[in-house]
Ligand binder design. Structure first.
Ligand code: GLU
Length: 428
């Protein structure tokens, strides 16, 4: 489905240039913000379980830290490139700014496929990654978190390596840690729940009751599973999800017209969000080509997998029934496809607003770690709701006042906040 010649960093720069034009930014601010402020490229030697040493390419990119320490996840992916990490780090800057957190934006990556790595090999990659960037990350510098194919166990290995090198405990150096080891209750749910909090607000704005709606979702990983949970609690019905199949190296869509059963599907899903297609068929799901998730006659589409999934090539297959596109993934829609979606009259909740719940909860985790007092889950989730709702309303008000799409409004607010911080610090 993905366009092969597509470069997400060029897309991120194009989106930024558009915002810079809207805000009439001076040249120096544009030059500063359209590129990352700092990048680290390195190679991680890892002793594999068979005794051989393999070298893995690793990255950390800090796009901007004017509003606070850089913040963002670490991805494990076989197709990771420096330009995907650059794009994702820039989107993190706008994400922390739109949620008005005292943080900047960064992202990391390791070119690897954890499907083919043992737990101990993954642990050595995590520790090796930290050894390479140790001097350039930390609670007041740059704080990694989980992302695609990394989880709380990876975060704990990374924190442990960091603390061994530092010779002291620094729980605020990494977020997304396991609960009981400095992690926050609600962090696992936060990104998916956050997506649905913004969907709830959009439905209110469009005067549609959640109980009357259906949705189709791309991906069945962490973001998707918790988005489904909250959406179903709100009364919505998910009729289709897609998932990557490692064995066939392609994705499949799993469809049930009377609604998928989250818990039944979860029971036949691996830790990477891959659904067992034979078992799904036995449970009565239609197993279709992966692209079919986009073609469903539903009210809400939620891409919750990777960047570059809705493109000029496949955007025309979106049904005229669709009213809302809620971007759970980072950068799922190319700028050209996004324009067509706006013209079709579909209401987009842009990625760095829709999926900000994860980093909002990471911020709460740091706050709790710093005071060494941990909140009950209800308190975390209610604070998450307050933050996501106020961020949504600020963007929506700006969009209505200026008669522009939500993505443009989100960019205008975030880029303005970051540019202002750079000016106030006397950088530009
Ligand atoms: N990886 C998540 C994201 O893309 C969370 C980042 C964080 O918590 O720092 O927003």
């Amino acid at each position: 489905m993905a366009q092969t010649n597509y470069n997400p960093f060029h897309a991120a720069q194009l989106q930024f240039d558009n915002a810079a034009e809207m805000l009439d930014l001076d040249q120096a601010t544009r030059d500063l913000l359209r590129n990352p402020i700092r990048e680290f490229h390195f190679h991680i030697p890892v002793r594999m379980d068979d005794g051989e040493v393999k070298i893995f390419q690793g990255y950390r990119v800090q796009h901007n830290d004017a509003r606070g320490p850089a913040k963002g996840g670490l991805r494990f992916h076989p197709q990771e490139t420096i330009d995907t990490v650059r794009a994702l780090s820039m989107w993190m800057t706008w994400k922390t700014a739109v949620a008005d957190l005292p943080l900047g934006g960064g992202k990391g990556g390791v070119v690897c496929d954890p499907h083919n790595l043992s737990a101990t090999e993954q642990e050595r990659i995590c520790r090796g990654w930290v050894r390479q960037v140790y001097k350039n990350i930390g609670p007041n510098t740059d704080i990694p978190a989980p992302d695609v194919m990394t989880n709380s166990q990876h975060m704990l290995w990374m924190l442990d390596e960091y603390e061994v090198l530092a010779g002291a405990r620094y729980p605020g150096a990494i977020t997304g840690k396991p609960v009981g080891m400095g992690g926050s209750l609600g962090r696992t749910e936060a990104t998916g729940y956050g997506v649905i909090i913004t969907v709830r607000e959009a439905l209110k704005e469009l005067d549609i009751s959640p109980e009357s709606t259906t949705a189709s979702i791309q991906g069945f990983g962490n973001v998707s599973q918790y988005a489904i949970e909250l959406y179903q609690q709100m009364g919505g019905k998910v009729v289709c999800v897609s998932a990557w199949d490692q064995q066939d190296q392609t994705s499949y869509a799993f469809k049930k017209d009377d609604g998928i059963d989250l818990y039944e599907l979860r029971a036949i899903t691996n830790s990477f969000g891959g659904i067992d297609k034979e078992k799904a068929a036995e449970l009565g799901y239609s197993v279709l080509p992966g692209d079919k998730w986009l073609e469903q006659e539903v009210d809400i589409l939620i891409p919750a997998a990777l960047e570059n999934q809705i493109t000029e090539e496949n955007v025309s297959s979106i049904s005229s029934k669709v009213k809302i596109l809620a971007e759970g993934a980072n950068g799922p829609t190319t700028p050209a496809a996004s324009k067509i979606i706006d013209e079709k009259g579909i209401f987009t909740i842009p990625d760095f607003l829709a999926n900000a719940g994860g980093v909002v909860c990471s911020y709460f985790e740091q706050v709790q770690s710093n005071m060494n007092y941990f909140w009950e889950k209800e308190e975390v989730l209610s604070k998450l709701d307050t933050k996501m709702t106020s961020s949504y309303i600020a963007v929506s008000n700006f969009a209505l006042e200026n008669d522009m799409p939500m993505r443009d409004a989100a960019y205008a607010i975030s880029v303005d906040r970051v540019a202002q911080a750079c000016h106030d610090r006397g950088w530009v």
